[in-house]
Design a protein around this ligand. Structure first.
Ligand SMILES: Cc1cc2nc3c(=O)[nH]c(=O)nc-3n(C[C@H](O)[C@H](O)[C@H](O)COP(=O)(O)OP(=O)(O)OC[C@H]3O[C@@H](n4cnc5c(N)ncnc54)[C@H](O)[C@@H]3O)c2cc1C
Length: 305
């Protein structure tokens, strides 16, 4: 995206919520668990795996965090009931990290235990850099407490990530590797697109070298190519890694990758707290700057007429 396009998409928070909701509906299964089940059923029928995210990052009270943990327990029951090939992704702020570390740990552990009782798996998403240390600490605590059905996310744009790979290596971690989406200062994160790509490849190489199972989460064609070259250099078969994409993004490419024989998991968010997630997706849609510019120009023209 050009600098101008990036400046335009940063104006998205000024766009009325109903308009944001309209543009972002392709990225979200819907408000209810039944909506998510329907989407996952369709994905599974097309040979894709899924991971369900209960949207909830804007929560502010302990009861809300506990309700999100309960919602995840309901998700596992639904996955079993409908025979879906699907795990879950959780955001620690939705489980109360912003309120207290202990509350979050309690909620996360309850979700991980419930997952284990269903033979299922929990991925801890990575949020902005103020949460990185706590997220990695919680991941280590859970693994050291004997929970093996849990994985974490590392963000290639963070300068610290290669160090985090090395620090996690003793756990033979299960890691989703992505570029990273939050706005971070240059002191913490690479801002140049090529530097982020290079960091992604370095981190993936280091993870595979450490024997990690990696969910390679990108829609970037160049990175997909590099990643597939790396997994083949490490001699990994179909079950040794997976590709991951977001609901509503590059779906035809996902179909091709599945047809080529790769395991591919789609991230399926659902729930009432759709706003923050939607803004991030729209901000990284390359077509969005033009859409906003046209919509704004249309409004201005109507005003001056
Ligand atoms: C499964 C999954 C889980 C993720 N989890 C996290 C997480 O826990 N923490 C975190 O910080 N980030 C997460 N991300 C987001 C990630 O960090 C990136 O912001 C996002 O994937 C875009 O980067 P990219 O590698 O696809 O490359 P980009 O260069 O952004 O995109 C490559 C191409 O994909 C297409 N594309 C990408 N996004 C869109 C869109 N919204 N709409 C339409 N087309 C699009 C465009 O054609 C674009 O040129 C996750 C991403 C995925 C796929």
């Amino acid at each position: 995206m050009s600098l101008l396009d990036r400046a335009i998409v940063r104006l998205l928070p000024a766009v009325p919520k109903p308009v944001v909701q309209l543009f972002s509906s392709r990225y979200i299964a819907g408000p209810t668990l039944a909506d998510a089940v329907e989407v996952v059923r369709r994905l599974n029928a097309g040979g894709k795996l899924a991971t369900i995210d209960v949207l909830g990052e804007e929560i502010a009270r302990e009861e809300e965090a506990r309700a999100i943990a309960q919602a995840y327990r309901d998700v596992f029951a639904a996955i079993d009931r409908h025979g879906l090939d699907c795990n879950v992704s959780v955001k620690l702020t939705a489980l109360g990290l912003g309120l207290s570390y202990e509350l979050c740990r309690e909620n996360l552990e309850s979700v991980v235990r419930e997952a284990a009782s269903h033979g299922n798996f929990v991925r801890i998403d990575m949020e902005d850099s103020s949460t990185t240390d706590d997220t990695l600490r919680l991941y280590r605590e859970l693994r050291e407490a004997g929970h093996d059905n849990v994985g974490v996310v590392l963000q290639a744009y963070l300068r610290r990530t290669l160090g985090d790979v090395r620090a996690l290596a003793d756990l033979r971690p299960n890691v989703r590797l992505c570029k990273g989406i939050y706005v971070e200062p240059p002191s913490l994160a690479y801002t140049d697109a090529e530097a982020v790509r290079a960091s992604f490849v370095r981190a993936l190489d280091a993870l595979l070298d450490a024997g990690a199972y990696v969910g390679i989460a990108t829609h970037d064609e160049w990175l997909i190519g590099e990643a597939l070259r790396l997994v083949s250099r490490y001699g990994l078969g179909r079950d040794g890694y997976e590709l991951q994409m977001l609901l509503g993004v590059r779906e035809e490419r996902a179909d091709e990758l599945v047809a080529e024989g790769h395991r591919l998991r789609v991230y399926v968010p659902f729930g009432e707290h759709w706003y923050g997630y939607s803004l991030r997706r729209l901000q990284e849609n390359p077509a969005m700057a033009g859409t906003i510019a046209r919509a704004t120009a249309g409004r201005v023209l109507r005003l001056v007429r």
